[in-house]
Design a protein around this ligand. Structure first.
Ligand code: DGL
Length: 275
């Protein structure tokens, strides 16, 4: 059996392309449809109700392309919307990035002290703290909202002196006291992996950075197998890109997140309010 329908993936903007890249690497045979809600970014400073409404619209748009699974490649939307989304579209499998990110953090820590860098809304909702505690109740968790990282990443300034200055300022409270400093930092926002080199320069050796992209790809592969949805009969899957605003910019900056160039003429503009 081979199910050749695509996997649908969405984020508020380009951050989810870090997850799309991991999916492309580990599932080369699958077709992928990506939607970036660039017109309404950022999600991380908005209320849970607003983000849930946006996530439901994004999913409806992806379902117009007959996707067989939805990956919420946004921690903010995963944290607040995974349950309503899965309920509304059952039995469609819906995979979020928070639980896989928590799993990656728990697997990496040696000292049982994990720091989570995320958007304001993800930190406020406490989804990471709950997911980490459910896996490893003894782990101490410190969270730090880093709203500016999203803007820096979307600007394509993830790896420069400005990103480093922002990282030093955000990280200081977590590392002030060596007695409580984490040995592992979870990048709890899919925009943040493009800032990883700048963050590492500020931290030096001794702190492991993890993100949810690879572990999310593992969860997707497991869910495809479990539901009999994998594509088996071809070797090269395709990608299709949709954005709700500025498709040319999406392609230009999005290539940094995806790790390969995105052809601007292939990014289609959609209006989620009409879905
Ligand atoms: N990439 C998103 C996340 O993982 C949020 C960025 C934003 O829109 O604030 O949380």
């Amino acid at each position: 059996m081979s199910d050749e329908r695509a996997i649908g993936v969405f984020d508020s903007g380009m951050g989810g392309l870090t997850v799309l890249r991991a999916l492309r690497d580990s599932l080369p045979q699958e077709d992928l449809v990506y939607l970036g809600d660039t017109a309404r970014l950022p999600y991380g400073t908005k209320s849970a109700d607003t983000v849930t409404a946006y996530a439901l619209q994004a999913t409806r748009q992806l379902l117009r392309h007959d996707v067989k699974m939805v990956v919420i490649a946004c921690n903010t939307a995963s944290a607040v919307a995974i349950q309503p989304l899965a309920k509304q579209h059952a039995p469609l499998p819906v995979i979020g990035v928070v639980e896989p990110g928590a799993r990656a953090g728990v697997a990496a820590t040696q000292t049982n002290r994990i720091g989570v860098l995320a958007t304001e809304s993800t930190v406020k909702g406490g989804a990471y703290a709950r997911a980490i505690s459910a896996l490893a109740p003894d782990v101490q968790i410190r969270q730090q909202p880093c709203a500016l990282f999203v803007a820096l990443a979307e600007e394509g300034w993830g790896d420069d002196a400005i990103a480093e200055a922002a990282a030093s300022r955000y990280l200081k409270p977590l590392f002030d006291d060596p007695g409580t400093a984490p040995d592992t930092l979870v990048l709890g926002c899919t925009h943040f992996p493009v800032l990883a080199p700048a963050i590492s320069r500020v931290l030096g050796d001794g702190v492991t950075l993890v993100d949810s992209a690879a572990t999310t790809a593992e969860s997707v592969a497991a869910a495809l197998a479990e539901h009999g949805l994998a594509t088996n009969d071809r070797s090269n899957g395709t990608e299709r890109f949709f954005a709700t605003d500025a498709p040319e910019r999406f392609a230009r900056v999005g290539g940094l997140f995806f790790g390969s160039p995105i052809d601007a003429t292939a990014v289609e503009l959609v209006d989620l309010q009409l879905t």
